[in-house]
Design a protein around this ligand. Structure first.
Ligand code: CA
Ligand code: CA
Length: 277
């Protein structure tokens, strides 16, 4: 069954997404069919306000050609220092309901912007792509790339440590919906897709053609200090289950407009995850 894409309205810059699951559901209601709802459908093709401009060279490509094209596009960026990351996160991760606060990635807590630091009760700079995976540290580069840096409670950040991402484990106290075991971490449902899209951004942005390691996803949870991050099969599932939210799109926009002037393509086009991996 084919589903017609809705048109774009690039003239006004409005972003329109055409979600196949919604269209299918509407059709099923009309003809009285019950659809299975257990599994998330793969992310479907979307149109984006930047397709004619920022993504012009990538449109129509797939597989390695798409990855190559996106790498070229997103590598044209401004870089920020690690000390500048604090103030940037106060903008990108501001609580939409309280401009004095940021939202912490895993715990979901809204916490005062002024509590940035290293003490108990503070929030600090979580590297979603664990900085030991490729050993890039906090020098200006992958370790300061805002597309994978998020505010997190100091204690929860430490519990996540440098673990790969996977489903399962015991509940994390103080961070409802998060689970961890000896070698992996599972974030709460509403940020699972965010985590996947951040990891996969890093894989496309860093290809080993500069002074940094070639970062790549794999299906392991024992990557240690290798420049790999797992688990790809689970990250792909999370990308499908948790499509980009307004919060995620807003932070992509702020990073693009104000700080780095590059975008996370998987927030604009989540279906490109399947097109590449
Ligand atoms: Ca989300
Ligand atoms: Ca790479």
């Amino acid at each position: 069954m084919s589903v017609t894409q809705t048109g774009t309205s690039r003239q006004t810059g409005t972003r329109i997404r055409a979600w196949k699951p919604l269209a299918l559901t509407a059709a099923a209601v009309l003809i009285g069919v019950t659809l299975p709802t257990a599994a998330a459908s793969p992310a479907v093709a979307t149109t984006d306000a930047y397709d004619d401009t920022y993504y012009q060279d990538a449109i129509g490509k797939t597989g390695p050609a798409l990855k190559d094209s996106l790498h070229t596009i997103i590598s044209d960026q401004t870089k920020v220092s690690y000390s500048a990351v604090w103030n940037a996160l106060k903008a990108t991760d501001q609580d939409p309901n309280n401009s004095n606060n940021v939202i912490l990635l895993y715990s979901g807590t809204s916490r005062s912007k002024s509590l940035n630091g290293g003490d108990t009760g503070d929030w600090n700079r979580e590297h979603v792509w664990a900085k030991s995976h490729g050993d890039f540290g906090t020098s200006t580069g992958p370790g300061t790339d805002l597309h994978h840096l998020r505010p997190e409670d100091v204690r929860i950040n430490s519990i996540r440590g440098n673990k790969d991402f996977d489903n399962g484990g015991s509940a994390v106290s103080g961070a409802s919906g998060n689970f961890t075991d000896s070698n992996s971490f599972e974030p709460r449902d509403s940020v699972k897709g965010d985590v996947a899209r951040m990891i996969l951004y890093m894989a496309v942005r860093y290809e080993g053609d500069d002074s940094w390691a070639d970062l790549e996803p794999n299906d392991s949870v024992t990557n240690g200090t290798s420049p790999y991050h797992g688990r790809l099969s689970v990250l792909k599932q999370w990308n499908d289950e948790d499509p980009p939210s307004a919060f995620e799109e807003n932070r992509n926009e702020i990073i693009y407009d104000t700080y780095q002037h590059n975008r996370n393509p998987f927030i604009d086009h989540p279906e490109w995850v399947e097109a590449i991996w």
